[in-house]
Design a protein around this ligand. Sequence first.
Ligand code: BEZ
Length: 213
Amino acid sequence: MSTIRLGDVAPNFTAQTSQGELVFHDWLGESWGILFSHPADYTPVCTTELGTVAKYKPEFDKRNVKVAALSVDGLESHKGWISDINETQNTTVNFPIIADENREVSALYDMIHPNSDANATVRSVFVIAPDKTVKLIITYPASTGRNFDELLRVIDSLQLTAYHKVATPANWKNGDDCVVVPAIATSDIPKHFPKGYTEVKPYLRLTPQPNLD
Ligand code: BEZ
């Protein structure tokens, strides 16, 4: 078991998936990535989650994000369950589901929390940047399905920071004003932010959201 922290390089691994063998870093390539675990195949909350992720594929593609799911169930189980997800969620699962039967990936990413359940992964989420560093870690309990709109919101925020030098304030949503990062001196703001800015305090400078595309 290892502890992964923000800024660490996401551990590389080779795994069997519903779409064939995957070498994680090679598969990510230049993309952003989401690696997320779920407790088990053929469970109700997970079924809705994976169906939702399949439906959100155009949103992930737009943001250059690849998604991989994981559970400790095997490939045959994944295959049968994918049919159920497609049928019940009215979609087509279009991303790999890792079959982590030997728990190697779960251990690398600390996805099994024994005091919660010794035999199943919790609902971990890792967002990984193109340089392979971990940008976001969230852990949900088995009984709470994730909010994938929130995940898209965080990815938008991360990409605004990476590409446009802005942070996002509390409850920010796409289109709201952003915060100029503290590393930019107020005198330099005009050259970086042609849409203008408002200085609320010397340390709190707002600017209209830069374009994400
Ligand atoms: C589920 O995925 O539906 C689930 C898993 C464990 C506990 C509760 C719900």
